[in-house]
Design a protein. Structure first.
Lengths: 236, 130
């Protein structure tokens, strides 16, 4: 039985069903895809924390960001996934990689963290993850898996919202020629969210000016870079 | 309030019908990894990557809440223009934009720091005061 399907049940299932070898319901397929993509995201996030080479860390961040885009696809948020790929993977990550390359020539490598620090960090992480997982599993959100509650009331007796028996694919199901998710996003961006939208554009302009100003200041030749840290008077 | 240890079994969550909780758990894992990266990394760019991880965890939560709230409403959450208003997705878009801006400024600061100190070890950044 499929409580809900995360995918459009018509499009991606048809080639698999045509194979005839595996008969997967849309719910099972989306569950498999979730565990695959989510597992990649979680494992690469853990590897990002563990790895000590900054270049490897950047590669693991790439894996995490791409898997997060896959998660957005599974959640019917194709536009957010595309924006994630374009801006995060194509912009922010490239920026970070450039930062790694520009600061790669270290005269003295930063020392690795000590074992005590590692132990403390692992303890903090374990406690945080345990607390979050317990709070999530025991929350009223987890009690009703199929139609998740939107309000925060702890009321288990509320009538369940009637849904279609064959799972409710939300947007793809009711989509006609005039109702595209991207269109609703665009209408909301220029409607309800017009003020934050304009603020974001102003902020991007400020950030562009500020970053250009900060990054151009007093460039020294690479041969003049010395480990001595007393040059800060020129800054102020 | 007495809570036995059996109440704390995370295995109370079933694996198969993937619901909202699974996505939130994934977001929690990413959040904890980001916090740990911030705590343990000494490379400033590594810390920036931790921040990006945390923002991605928040984004996964936002998009998951958006999707499952829409499921709970039977796809009938009607916005201003007679259609579903994807609030969570829009906030996620803003988070992505702000993360890009934050990364740009942070990297500019790190480059400046590197030019002055020939290092990006955050332990050496304690002379930035004044």
């Amino acid at each position: 039985m499929m409580i809900h399907c995360l995918l459009n049940p018509t499009m991606p299932i048809l080639p698999l069903a045509a194979l005839g070898t595996v008969a997967l319901s849309a719910g099972a397929l989306s569950a498999i895809l979730f565990y695959l993509v989510g597992g990649i995201a979680a494992l690469s996030a853990v590897a990002l924390v563990v790895s000590r080479n900054i270049v490897h860390t950047a590669v693991f961040l790439l894996f995490t960001l791409v898997s997060a885009a896959g998660i957005y696809f599974l959640l019917d948020a194709a536009f957010v996934a595309a924006v994630q790929m374009v801006i995060y993977v194509g912009g922010t990550l490239i920026l970070i990689v450039f930062g790694v390359m520009l600061t790669a020539r270290l005269p003295h490598e930063p020392p690795h963290e000590s074992n005590v620090e590692r132990g403390v960090a692992i303890a903090i992480g374990a406690v945080m993850l345990f607390a979050l997982a317990m709070a999530l599993v025991r929350s009223p959100l987890a009690q009703q898996p199929a139609p998740a509650e939107t309000s925060t009331e702890v009321n288990h007796e509320r009538p369940t919202i009637p849904t279609n028996s064959q799972s409710t694919p939300v947007w793809p199901g009711s989509r006609d020629a005039t109702d595209y998710p991207v269109e609703s996003i665009g209408r909301a961006l220029l409607g309800d969210y017009l003020a934050p939208f304009e603020l974001a554009s102003v902020l991007l302009l400020l950030v562009m000016i500020g970053a250009a100003y900060l990054a151009k200041a007093r460039r020294r030749g690479p041969e003049q870079i010395t480990p001595q840290p007393v040059r800060q008077e020129a800054m102020s | 309030v007495t809570m036995s240890l059996a109440n704390f079994s995370p295995l109370a969550l079933s694996l198969y019908p993937v619901g909202l909780t699974h996505f939130l758990l994934l977001g929690a894992v990413l959040l904890v990894c980001g916090v740990l990266a911030i705590l343990t990394k000494r490379n400033a760019i590594g810390i920036l990557m931790g921040v990006e991880l945390i923002l991605n965890a928040a984004n996964i939560n936002l998009v998951a809440f958006d999707h499952f709230a829409n499921v709970a409403a039977g796809g009938a959450a009607i916005g201003q223009f007679g259609r579903h208003a994807p609030d969570g997705q829009i906030i996620a878009l803003f988070v992505i934009v702000l993360a890009a801006a934050e990364a740009a400024v942070a990297l500019a600061i790190f480059l400046n720091f590197y030019n002055n100190f020939a290092s990006i070890d955050v332990e050496r950044a304690d002379e930035l005061r004044g």
